[in-house]
Design a protein around this ligand. Sequence first.
Ligand SMILES: *Cc1c(COP(=O)(O)O)cnc(C)c1O
Length: 466
Amino acid sequence: MTNLTTNSPTEELQRLDAAHHMHPFTCGSELTEKGARVITRAEGCWLTDSEGNRILDAMAGLWCVNIGYGRKELAEAAARQMEELPYYNTFFQTTHVPGLNLAAKLAEMAPGDLNHVFFAGSGSEANDTNLRMVRTYWAAKGQPDRNVIIGRWNGYHGSTLGAMSLGGMTGMHAQGGVVQGIEHIPQPNWWAEGGDMSPEEFGLARAQELEKKILEIGADKVAAFIAEPVQGAGGVIVAPDTYWAEIQRIVDQYGILLIADEVICGFGRTGNWFGIETLGIRPHIMTIAKGLSSGYQPIGGSIVCDEVAEVIGSVEFNHGYTYSGHPVAAAVALENLRIMEEEGIVDTVRDETAPYLKDRFESLADHPLVGEVKIVGMMGSLALTPDAANRAPFKADAGTAGFICRERCFANNLIMRHVGDRMVISPPLVISKEEIDTLIERARKSLDEAHEILKEKGLMEAGSRT
Ligand SMILES: *Cc1c(COP(=O)(O)O)cnc(C)c1O
């Protein structure tokens, strides 16, 4: 067989892709019809496709390329590590230098007594670790019945069986079943679910759903609560200001473990190193991945507090992955963190570019298709609506308008995702003010075009709010 190259004709690449390559979260037959867009190169915030188009990546890949594309230092760190020690494991009383250095570095960076790291190959794997770790923790403390974990509807914690069960994506639950002993409470999405409450009242009410659920299950049966500081894949849902303090009160009062899934929020995304700093949360465990290596290598992990680590350390935890703390991935993550620190990337986000992006992004609120605009640091969302004053959803199936808008963005060489009828952004943290201007211009143009299409197709009719 002949291998194709990035210089092969696009149709050939698409044909071979369609014949053999199964894509995640994709309807294969639809994609075969359309042909996948082939991304060939990337630099900074810009992708290049096989047709030579330059595309502004306002999603940082999948929320992960925090440092931007094309950093040679990361490639060199990988090459050096591959030559010195391409692989070794940390299972049977061995360790290696990149793994121990990265664990120590993360312990130094993470707030409070989050001082211990269990590595995984991805965010999903790390959350599977968390599921087993919190149950093992309570069993080791003589409370094996304390094994129920509470997550949130429309939360996202990954796609492996355990992580998917912790998440609250019903479309995922419906395919292949879920792990038992996991319960969900509703999300703090005021725009869609807040009814006639003020955001503040609603934030409190949604936090108190956790207390209700704990009492319903029995406080002595609940092991942990897991949540993203800001829901990412669920549509960049930012909880009302009253939410997190009340959640913290409840987990403290009932003595349950709090797992903050920082896979998106971590490593500068919210304008601080971790989302828990931005939102004032004190978890026992943090899930990390994505921005940890800026996506240059697959790596994730759980950063665990002293007490949980001590209890887990008192038993043999029969768990681990062949690639836990992979030395090449760890070396790349260390280099990524070194550059982010030395170049003050998170400071620049907090002090300069995120405030600028917020200002520009919020200027889209006057668009006739836009309702709520939410943004924290470098993650933001726009709720599309046919009737902003009433916070109305579209009468058409959820996601119809969002999909049309995303298609217009794609056509205008802007990567912006849709989650239902919310448009979301999460650009590389190194995006410049000039690139932010380009992002907003292209977004507005795409919104205009989507609006025209929706009107033409008679899709601007409002449905009723739930
Ligand atoms: C992406 C994501 C995960 C899953 O990470 P993978 O590396 O895709 O397995 C988990 N939690 C959150 C919050 C995520 O956004």
